[in-house]
Ligand binder design. Structure first.
Ligand SMILES: Nc1ncnc2c1ncn2[C@@H]1O[C@H](COP(=O)(O)OP(=O)(O)O)[C@@H](O)[C@H]1O
Ligand SMILES: [Mg+2]
Length: 241
């Protein structure tokens, strides 16, 4: 468990070693993730691939600190999360990562601007700054003019842009996205992927789950899961483009 004293200082945003997760089910413990080793460095753009049930969401939920592992180590921005207290972890998580889901997960009765500002409320940022930052992020994803609208007034692709703006509002260095284009048509999916490419070009690290090769082709590195394990890990043409 202990971090080695002579571990080199590297720009590793995420490092997992022997990471595992077993779920308690009526039939007993089910190992959904079976000892995964992976290092993700600053500036990477990774597509996590693999068939349904291979453990992709389980892995992403661990990386996003939405769930806790049942074995192994997870270092987020150099800190072993197992040794952090709840408050310290909440602060680190808030500052380090933004999460984007397949279903957008916007609050239906809140304006787009208030949806985007939500992570800043949790971070204790004052109202004026929240408004300014949320507005700037909506402008960044091309939706500033809809700031006061409710989510049901815009398209699915636009809602996912708002969700990305929300994930960006704390200036995280890492975006985790679990099948962000899963509910979108192919044209809209391409637009969302171009947005991720722009963010990556600005230096934000991106880890994105998809089972579609066309979507994964936008990434610089592809990691494939099967039955709770990584079965391949390679760079793509994008890495050298
Ligand atoms: N909360 C849970 N309780 C029990 N089993 C689960 C739970 N979540 C996921 N699983 C099981 O773990 C395996 C991996 O699931 P998941 O990580 O969602 O895969 P993927 O995202 O690749 O489709 C599946 O067999 C799934 O049924
Ligand atoms: Mg999944």
């Amino acid at each position: 468990m202990a971090q080695l004293a002579n571990e080199p200082v590297i720009q590793s945003v995420i490092r997992v070693a022997g990471l595992g997760k077993s779920y308690e089910t009526a039939a007993g413990l089910f190992p959904a993730l079976k000892g995964v080793n992976l290092e993700i460095r600053a500036g990477e753009f990774i597509a996590i691939m693999g068939p349904s049930g291979s453990g992709k969401s389980t892995f992403m939920n661990l990386l996003g600190c939405l769930d806790t592992p049942t074995m192994g180590d997870f270092f987020l921005a150099g800190s072993n999360v197992a040794y952090m207290d709840k408050d310290a972890l909440a602060i680190l998580r808030n500052r380090t990562l933004g999460f984007v889901f397949q279903g957008f997960n916007l609050l239906p009765r809140m304006s787009l601007q208030d949806n985007v500002a939500l992570p800043l409320v949790y971070a204790g940022v004052d109202k004026e700054t929240r408004r300014a930052k949320a507005r700037a992020m909506l402008d960044k994803v091309g939706l500033g003019k809809y700031a006061e609208s409710l989510p049901n007034r815009i398209s699915g692709g636009q809602q996912q842009r708002v969700a990305i703006a929300r994930a960006l509002v704390n200036s995280p260095r890492l975006i985790l996205a679990d099948e962000p284009t899963g509910n979108l048509d192919s044209h809209t999916s391409e637009e969302i992927m171009r947005l991720f490419e722009e963010l990556n070009a600005e230096g934000i690290t991106i880890v994105l789950v998809t089972h579609e090769p066309d979507i994964a082709a936008h990434a610089k590195r592809q990691v494939k899961f099967l039955d709770g394990q990584i079965v391949s890990d390679h760079l793509t043409e994008q890495a050298t483009a």
